[in-house]
Write a protein that binds this ligand. Structure first.
Ligand code: SF4
Length: 142
């Protein structure tokens, strides 16, 4: 038996998951108890068969030096940015990502640089590696 806490709503039911005999598809039947609503068993089955997480991270910001490297007008480093200007843009996946893909996703997010301004909800990476997962800005920055 496996025990899980349902995270679908704040009640946080304690779920007990019992695995039965494997069926023709090779997957065993899962019996879930302890749930107060039908979303609990759905959560428990997904958490055991194909766990996913919303991923949060940060992307770099395109700087004046980056622009100069790409043929733009060269400016002094840090021009237009104060000591308190954020150095990275917080981002998150718009939908949960399969756990086994999170490491590759983070690699790509950390390699990405964003040109300001950005508005919360802007798509930073669309359809990451054809997965249907969009990475969006988690806050607005100018
Ligand atoms: S089983 Fe239903 S009531 Fe219980 S935590 Fe999950 S969503 Fe909430």
């Amino acid at each position: 038996m496996r025990e899980l806490t349902c995270i679908v709503c704040p009640i946080g039911c304690s779920l007990a998951v019992e695995e039965g005999q494997a069926g023709a598809d090779g997957l065993s039947e899962l019996t879930v108890t302890g749930n107060r609503c039908n979303r609990g068993p759905v959560y428990a089955r997904e958490e055991i068969r194909a766990p996913k997480r919303v991923v949060t991270a940060t992307c770099g910001i395109v700087t004046d030096n980056d622009e100069a490297d790409n043929g733009g007008a060269a400016k002094s480093a840090g021009a237009g940015r104060s000591l308190y200007s954020p150095r990275r843009v917080p981002v998150r996946t718009a939908v949960p990502c399969p756990k086994e893909k999170i490491s590759a996703l983070l690699d790509d997010i950390y390699k990405t640089k964003v040109k300001l301004p950005v508005t919360a909800g802007d798509t930073i990476i669309a359809d990451w590696r054809g997965s249907g997962i969009n990475i969006i800005a988690a806050r607005s920055l100018v």
